[in-house]
Write a protein that binds this ligand. Sequence first.
Ligand code: GLU
Length: 395
Amino acid sequence: MKNPLSDRITSLPASATLAMAAKARELKLAGKDIIGLSLGEPDFNTPDFIKQAAIDAVNQDYNAYTPVDGYLELKEAICTKFKRDNNITYTPNQVVVSTGAKQSIANIMQVLLNPGDEVLLPCPYWVSYSAIATLCEAKSVEIRSSIEANFKITPAQLEAAITPKTKLILFNSPNNPSGVMYSEQEYRALAAVLEKHPNIFIMSDEIYEHINYDAKPFSFAAIESMYDRTITVNGLAKAFAMTGWRIGYIGAAEWIAKACTKLQGQITSGTNCIAQRAAITAVLAPVTKIQYMVDEFKTRRGIIIDLLREIDGFNVNVPEGAFYVFPDVSAFFGKTIHGIKIENASDFALFILEKANVATVTGDAFGAPDCIRISYAASELQIREAIKRIKEALS
Ligand code: GLU
């Protein structure tokens, strides 16, 4: 029988992060002692004060459909947060709450992109950006970077990548997978290029903003000339350890917000009412309430970098935010270790999974084929054991 599935889904790659997490889960169930460092998911519980807000919402009978774009109180709270943390002024009619930042990103691309439009992806980029662009029949255009350039693109590279078909550029700082952060000065230099191209929109994915160690993050929409055409994406998953609650949101020009609401109204409606009530408490909470998690991630960052640097062949930069390290492992390509030939990063990640029982994600999925991503959102004990095993497997 001819494949009955649509071409759209047949050509869609599976999410590499979720696929590796599923594989690790499967191997664990089969009795293997796998350490999962593939998924970007805090190993903390949601803070009690947020859980209590959800319990209160259940008891207060919040159970009906919510407005498609989210409760007004939540959108107001998000505006307060945007002003407080990002120096961006949005009004509630510019905010749309969605089922995770992933849906926010999918909304944006679906409302802005036509077939054939080009989407610029500074590398490395989060796996689903290119897949969602493909779903929109748009063309992903990668702007390559390397560990030597600290995984950042330059204004000259941006200028060179722009064509008359360029519609959207996706920024993400702190970055998943590299942990790199663009400074205000660097963002302003990129904005100076975009000022010459008024038809290009900018999506600024700031989901890791609170997880930063050395510098304060800067929001692209805070640049006055970029405000109208920047869509700021954020959510609660990472900073508040609320991955499963699925709350993402955007701030954007009102016409973009309206379009996202229209799309959402046909696909999912308003997101879960209890999670939205709890989100009001979370976004209004002072950032100091979640600092203990950031401090812990910072300690783990130091540990994992020191340990990885002890392994010959690992080239590691210092991530300034998020909870990933993104070592360049190309020194291993072309080598045969314990009878296994390693040609590329996927082979390397598979080798580590098989020989060290440690799950990571290949850099190919992020537009950086020399690297692998290792999440350190895991306990110190697990991190130490995982890197010890990797070192042994490679020796
Ligand atoms: N964003 C996380 C990651 O990169 C969660 C998994 C996903 O949605 O890709 O690991």
